[in-house]
Ligand binder design. Sequence first.
Ligand code: ZN
Length: 385
Amino acid sequence: MLSFFALACGTAPAADSGVSPPQHLLLVSIDTLRVDHLEHAPTLQRLADEGLVLRAHRSCANWTAPAMICALTGQSGIDLGVDPRNAGALRTTWSLPEHAELLAEVLQAEGFATGLVTTNSLLARGNGLARGYDTLESRPAAVAEDALDATDALFVDAERRFVHVHLFDPHCPYAPPGSDDTLGSPYCMGEPSATSPSAETVAELAADYVTEVAYLDLQLGRALERWGAAGWLDDTLTVVMSDHGEQLGERAEIGHGLDVFAEETDALAIFAGVGGPDIEVPTQHQDLKPLILQHLGLLEGFEVRERPLLVASIDAESTVLALERESWLYRRGWDGSRALYDRATDPEQLVDRRDDEPELAAELEVAMEDEVARLLAIYPEWEPE
Ligand SMILES: [Zn+2]
C-alpha cells in the first residue's frame, strides 16, 4: 500500500496567530543514544511526553560526523559531495564545502549569540561542522556532568541565543562515573570486531549501556532543572536529539558505524514543550534544521512529507546503503547483496521479502541507482556489483 501524505507542521506558531515564536534555541545532541531505551531515561521520557516527538525518525548515517552533517546543514554528506567514509573511525580529511549552510551560521546571521560545548571532537576538528559558533569548547569524551556544567557559560545575556551541547555518553566505553567497566573498549571502534562478542558479553555490555543512558538522563535532568530555575530556558525552544543509535548484539556486534538497521540508525528527536500532535511520518536528520527554523519563526512553508529516506554506512571496506519507503527498507551491501525488509511486520529486520514483493524490490533497486550514482561521484572506489 502506497500512501503519500503531507503532514503540515501545524504546531509552529503561524505568522498571523499572534503567538511569538521562542527567542532562543537550546539544542542537546546526544551521542549513540538508542531511541528504544527511554524507559531508562525518565527525563527524556518526560520531555517526549510533554513535547512534540518525531515518532519515526532516522539518522542519515550510523556515526557522528555524517549524522551531524545532516542534522546541522539539512543536507547529507552525499548531497553536499562530502566523501563521508568512516575510514579508521576518525576520518579527518573531509571538510564541508562553503555552500553548506549550518544552523549556527543561519542563527548567527539572524543576530543570535551562538555557542557550542562538544564532547565529541568530530564536531570541532576544523572540518567545518563548528562554523557559525561564536564560542566553542571542545571537551573530548567528557562525562555529561562536566559538559553540562561547561554549558552554563553559553547562556549569555543576549537578545537571542543558540546554546548547543553535544554529550558523549552513552558512547562506548560504557563507563559512567563510579563504574569499573572496561569491556566496552574492544567493541568501540566502529568496525567489526575480530571475534564477535559472546552472548554473555553482549548481555553484560547491554546492561552497562543502560547504566550510561540512566547516568546521562540524570545529569541532563539536573542541568535542565538548574537552567530552568535560573530563567535561562524562558522563551527557549529546546530540541533534544541523538546522532545515531548503537548495535547491542542484534547483528552479532557491539557498536555503531557497522550497518544500516534500526538499532544503529533510528534516532531521537524531541521538540520539548511544543504542543500539537507528534509527527508520525518517517523523518530524517535533514528535517531538523528546517523544523527548528520554522519553530523559531525564521522559515515559512516547510512541510514534513513522507518520502524515501537514504541511510548510509559508508566505510572504506564495507559500504552499505538503505533506501526506506513507508515501512520498507531496501538494503544494498558492498558485496552486491540486496535485501528487502518490512519494518511494520518485522521490526528487527531479519526476513528478506524480495520474493514476496518482486515489483517493489525492482522499483527500489532502480531508485537506489540514483543514490549509487551520487555516491560513486564522490567515492569512485566503491564499485557495487
Ligand atoms: Zn556519534
